[in-house]
Design a protein around this ligand. Sequence first.
Ligand code: GDP
Ligand code: IMO
Ligand code: MG
Length: 427
Amino acid sequence: MPASIVVGTQWGDEGKGKATDALGDRVDYVVKFNGGNNAGHTIVVGGEKYALHLLPAGVLSPGVVPVIGNGVVVDLGVLFEEIDAIEARGIDTSRLVVSANAHVITAYHTTIDKVGERFLGNAKIGTTGRGIGPAYADKMSRLGVRVQDLFDEKILRQKVEGALELKNQLLVKAYNRKAIAVDAVIDELLTHVDRLRPMVADTSLLLAKALDEGKVVLLEGGQATMLDVDHGTYPFVTSSNPTAGGACIGSGIPPNRMDRVVAVVKAYTTRVGEGPFPTELLDADGQRLRDNGGEYGTTTGRPRRCGWYDAVIARYTARINGVTDFVMTKLDVLTGFEKLPVCVGYRIGDTVHTEMPMTQTEFHHATPVYEELPGWDDDISKARSLSDLPDNARRYVETVEAMTSVPISVIGVGPGREESIVVRSLV
Ligand code: GDP
Ligand code: IMO
Ligand code: MG
């Protein structure tokens, strides 16, 4: 069987967790391939709310094997806290598999993330402060600690010593902070070893065998296309590749085994942290979207910046990821707006761009060109087929669908697992 990929389209929090969870009864493996506990996925099942950070969304489905792939950066303390919290609510996490090649987030990564942001002042990125950027930086600098290193104490000590030699200089001399002791880091990491050992595997081999046996594998992206370190709004991005190409790298599944690429897109746009956002609304409409959509971060609780739907970004995402299907979430949040502007281009200087501009400088100066669509007032949360939607809601979906030429296969009308219109099955 081929594998399918779920990616975010905008700046995160599109509802990827819900979209992945909803496929739980049709997939065998759900693989997280990038990011770490910067992600926050809220999933509502039978009125119960679950907030997942490191665990793949598939963990809530009894038959699914959740996999943390090699592309993820893992804070082991957070992982075990999350496992304990979810087990206490009756969810079985015993099938979880963690890649031996995944990198580990240590105390010095979270410290440097937070101190570094403070040091940047107005130029800060607005990170989640979870140590994500510093951990990926160490991976690329070949200074990282991998899950497998915890099983060889001599190697672990060598690596932590090597990393801290440089970082303590930075902490003490540049940031005016206390040095971090090698032993403290090692002792903390070693407390997790016994619990971690049975979960660890060569996950690329495991997944290759699963695919050979005809199992259904779903790759779940954290973050989103506009936060991709290569294809997003650099430097206001995360430090991984949440795009479809990243799914191959972060899982070890090659491109020719991938089939569908499902992109989750909100019916409007949100962003957390700093960086450009052309359709952002700083007025009452923005606040109304925030209130109606409950737009407060699952991870940091920060209010999300809100704005209208951006078709330029949707088209860009479709191209970068090779999207085969869109899942449009939160259509219900638009209920009650009289007019719904949709961004169809950017005015930059005297020119209107209908593709993402080449440079960030241009993107920072982009003002949206809107096409206005009529709104609707009827509650749509009970709609389960397109024909249940009011005419203007259907027209909204069909109009934005035509703008990307990629089918919208699922439409979200509420946070619950069942609150969706499935036009075309995703797996
Ligand atoms: P993720 O990070 O992409 O998984 O998204 P988050 O979980 O951070 O944010 C999406 C929020 O929207 C969550 O609170 C979901 O419960 C909620 N949600 C998802 N789909 C829908 C939908 O169709 N309608 C409404 N009203 N809420 C939704
Ligand atoms: P999910 O998976 C929304 C944002 C942060 C910050 C930037 C860099 O829930 O969609 P980082 O801590 O990754 O170095 O922060 O990226 N960010 C997210 N925004 N949803 C997320 O994940 C995010 N993960 C990171 O707010 O602007
Ligand atoms: Mg989220």
